[in-house]
Design a protein around this ligand. Sequence first.
Ligand code: ADP
Ligand code: ZN
Length: 431
Amino acid sequence: MKELAVIERIPRAERAARQLHRLKGLITRLSERVPLYRDRLRDAGVQPGDIRSLADLARLPFTVKDDFRQTYPYGLLAVPMEEVIRVHASSGTTGKPTVVAYTRQDVDTWSEVMARTLMAGDVGPGDVVHNAYGYGLFTGGLGFHYGAERVGAAVVPISGGFTDRQLMALRDLGSTVLCCTPSYALHLAEAIEEAGLKPKDLKLRVGFFGAEPWTEAMRDALQTRLGIMALNIYGLSEVIGPGVSVECPERDGMHVAEDHFLPEIVDPATLTPVPEGTVGELVFTTLTKEALPVLRYRTRDLTSMTTEPCRCGRTLARIGRIMGRSDDMLIIRGVNVYPSQIEHALLQVADVEPHYLLVVRRDNALDTLEVRVEVGTAVAAAGTAAMEVLAARVRRKIFETIGLTADVSIVPPKTVERSTGKAQRVLDLRK
Ligand code: ADP
Ligand code: ZN
C-alpha cells in the first residue's frame, strides 16, 4: 500500500503534469467515443491538441445531471457494453436515478481511492470495518467494501437497517471502524446508549461519515457519544461514488483524490472559476474513468477549495464541508436557508436531540417554516410548561442563525422518522 501514499504526497507541479497528460487523453477518448461530447467539443471549437495547460479546462463544456437523464441509461458510455462489469445508480434524492457503469479497471481505481480513504483514518489489517452503508445500487456499501478488502481489514457487510442486529455486531465482532451516514451514526449512538453501553464497551475508534450534509456540531456530538474520531467523506455516483475525497485526522477539509478527479469551483451563475477559498459550485472532471468519464460535471454542491499544504503531508487540494446542494436550498420569505444551518442551531440548544424535520408551507401567500425537533429522553417527562420554554429557546437560536422566526414543535423522543441511509430533512408542501 506504500506507493499509494506517495501519490498523495508528491509536489503539486509533478501531479499537475500527470493530470494534464490524462486530461488530453480524456478529451481524445470523449471526442472519439461519446456522441454527446463529440458534439459539445466541436461546438466549443476544442480539438484535443488545444489543451496545453490545466487552465485550458475552463474552455471545455460542462456536463449536468440532465445529460444523464437525456441519455438514460447507457448513452454516455465510452466503452462497449462487453467491457462493463458493474452498474450502480445514484440514490435518486432529487429525481430519477442516474445510472453509472464501471469497467474492471474502474472498479480497481475505485478500490484504490477507497483504500486511500480508509488509510486516511489509519485503517488496515487487524481492523474490523462495520460497513452500514447500503449495499445495492447505492455506491456507498460496495465502495467501502472493496476499499476495506484492499487495505486488508476484515469487513462486516452489514448494510443499513436492523439496528438491534447492528448493535450486536458492533459489540460482539469487535468493530473498530464505523462506516455509515452521519444521521444513522447518531441513531446508532442513541441505540448504544439505550442498551446501557458506554463507548469504552466498544472498540470503535474511527468513523467515515458522508453521503449527506452534516455539521461541525454533529461531528462533536458523534465523537463524544461514540468515543471516536469522525471523518467526513464526500463522493457522488456520477464521479465514482465514495472515494472522491476524505478528511485526514487534521479534520480541516477533505483531500480530493486529484490524480483521478480534477476539481474546480465555479460561480454557479456565471460558470467562471472563482478564486481559492471562495464558495461556489464544485465541478469534477474524471481523468482515469473508462466506462463513464465525465467532463466538468456540475455537482450542484456548494463549497470552497484550498491548495494550501496540510499538516498531514498530503499535497492534495482540500474542499470544505458541503454547505448543501444548490437544490437543497430553501427560499423562505425570500431568505435562503440550508437545512444544515438549522441543524447547527439545534445542536447548540441543550435538551433537544438533532433528530429533526423541516416542514415548509404556504399559508395565504406567506411561507412558514415549522421545525419539528425531538426533546431528549431525560427532559421528556418535564411537562408542557418546560416544553414551551424549550421551544422558545430553540426559536431564538434559529432566529439568531437564519434571521427567520420558525414555528418550533418539540416532539417526544423517537417520533421523527429515523433513516438508515440518507436522512430526509425537508418536507416542502408548497409545491
Ligand atoms: P443522489 O444525487 O441521488 O443523492 P449520490 O448517492 O451519488 O446520489 O449522492 C451524492 C450526493 O450526496 C452529493 O452530490 C452530495 O450532495 C451528497 N453528499 C455526499 N457526501 C456528502 C458529504 N460528506 N457532505 C454533504 N453532502 C454529501
Ligand atoms: Zn491533511
